[in-house]
Design a protein around this ligand. Structure first.
Ligand SMILES: Cc1cc2nc3c(=O)[nH]c(=O)nc-3n(C[C@H](O)[C@H](O)[C@H](O)COP(=O)(O)OP(=O)(O)OC[C@H]3O[C@@H](n4cnc5c(N)ncnc54)[C@H](O)[C@@H]3O)c2cc1C
Length: 414
């Protein structure tokens, strides 16, 4: 047994409620990842033998990335585990009634749109894309390669200038409403005895409550690095000198109307520039976004203000080039959220910290955490409940790779 986490991590600040003095499992952060962890532990244990407490400082989820995301789910990744994690989530969403349904209530409706993802490729990148599609199909994903001409036939709204080919998800990919999923998970969790506490985990003196517990799971999304520091990461020597490399990075989503835009069967389309768009509802609305092209262009994270110039100068011209109907659009609204950005390799970090062994990490999924949250929740539950086998082997994604200075790089970053 390694070092126990610093007492500061179990200190919490709350104006509203008394916090239990002891519990078994504390989950810091009640977004999709934290709620999925709580669900799988609570759902699998037979006699409610573990008390589970979720600490959430923003119960309306006004700044949580789970509720500010684009809702996308795809099986098209270059890292095999990333494919498997999203496939796990698709299966869960398809069986949501079994997992999250409540007696005498209609099944949760997370509005899963199965229109798929379309990744476009230049002549230089087409061969690599084809190789990856083979790997995804081998893992069971229903993805197909299309030549530019075939794409034009299928999607007449697409300008295939500079495009050699594209890969299209035919089943199980698309987008869903993350807020509805979070609400359904939370409701089910409360029914299973999970306590959501309106409080903040932080390290200051004053009117603090302290809770003793056996294990803590860091599910603080973009703020996971701060919780890592509370636990001692990056503050001492040896393995504890290495901080958790997860920081908030601001990303924008713009919603616009186009009266003659692509129709109902339009996939979430990712252009060769990295700019993406998808349909939003049925009334000619779409949403779009893109990541900045370099570190220098990263927007300030001070607040969640929207950069409209980014839309005008970068996003709109690229969209209008690829989909000429988008020359004529009306921007209706926009918002910003934080990616839970892993500055080391932009991939999941999961499992017990190698020194603070009762402090578990479920962090750093960067732009793909929504679709991985359900699988990550299940994987953490398997660790906590000492499962004999793991549904998806995520051992490569533990913190040791950061200590060893190894990276897992994903080609399909959006
Ligand atoms: C604009 C945008 C678009 C995205 N699009 C997609 C997409 O299409 N597909 C996809 O898969 N992913 C997408 N993502 C990424 C995805 O949203 C995140 O990876 C995922 O939601 C992370 O979930 P989480 O539960 O870890 O974090 P969050 O949802 O942020 O939850 C963390 C919670 O922890 C709480 N918290 C933090 N610190 C403390 C503390 N000290 N004490 C108490 N509570 C605390 C916060 O209040 C928050 O509610 C997108 C993200 C953004 C910003």
């Amino acid at each position: 047994m390694g070092k126990f986490f610093k007492e500061s991590i179990s200190k919490m600040f709350s104006l509203k409620e008394e916090i239990p003095r002891s519990t078994d499992l504390v989950i810091v952060g009640g977004g999709l990842v934290g709620s999925a962890v709580a669900f799988f532990v609570a759902h699998k244990q037979t006699n409610r033998e573990r008390e589970i407490m979720v600490i959430e400082r923003d119960p309306m989820y006004t700044t949580a990335s789970s509720s500010l995301s684009a809702g996308g789910i795809r099986h098209q990744f270059s890292v095999t585990e990333n494919v498997q994690m999203s496939m796990f989530t698709t299966k869960f969403l398809r069986n949501i009634k079994f997992f999250l349904g409540l007696i005498d209530q209609p099944p949760p409706d997370v509005q899963f749109n199965h229109q798929g993802y379309l990744f476009l490729a230049t002549p230089e990148k087409a061969e690599k894309l084809e190789e990856l599609v083979k790997m995804q199909k081998y893992l069971g994903a229903e993805v197909e390669m299309f030549s530019a001409e075939m794409l034009k036939q299928r999607f007449p709204w697409l300008n295939i200038d500079g495009i050699e080919a594209g890969s299209l998800g035919l089943n199980g990919e698309g987008w869903f409403d993350p807020h509805s999923l979070l609400a359904a998970l939370k409701q089910r969790n409360i029914g299973l005895g999970v306590r959501y506490i309106d409080a903040e985990s932080r390290d200051t003196d004053g009117d603090m409550f302290e809770t003793n517990c056996h294990q803590v799971v860091n599910c603080a999304g973009p703020w996971a690095g701060q919780i890592g520091e509370l636990a001692g990461m990056g503050t001492e020597t040896g393995a504890l000198s290495i901080p958790l490399p997860v920081v908030p990075r601001k990303r924008f989503i713009y919603a616009y109307h186009c009266h003659n835009g692509p129709g109902i069967s339009t996939p979430l389309t990712v252009d060769i520039t990295g700019t993406y768009f998808r349909r939003e509802g049925l009334g000619g609305m779409y949403i779009c976004g893109a990541s900045p092209e370099s570190e220098e262009e990263e927007p300030s994270i001070e607040n969640l203000d929207v950069d409209y110039e980014f839309f005008n100068e970068k996003i709109w011209p690229r969209l209008a080039h690829r989909i000429p109907a988008f020359e004529n659009i009306k921007l209706k609204s926009a918002w910003a959220g934080y990616y839970d950005y892993n500055v080391w390799d932009q991939n999941l970090i999961i499992g017990p910290h190698p020194v603070i062994t009762n402090f578990l990490l479920a962090n750093g999924m960067s732009g793909h955490g929504l679709q991985q949250s359900i699988c990550v929740g299940n994987a953490i539950s398997e660790m906590i409940l000492n499962a004999d086998t793991y549904t998806v082997d995520l051992s490569r994604f533990n913190f040791d790779r950061i200590i060893r200075r190894e990276k897992i790089l994903e080609d399909f970053i959006v």
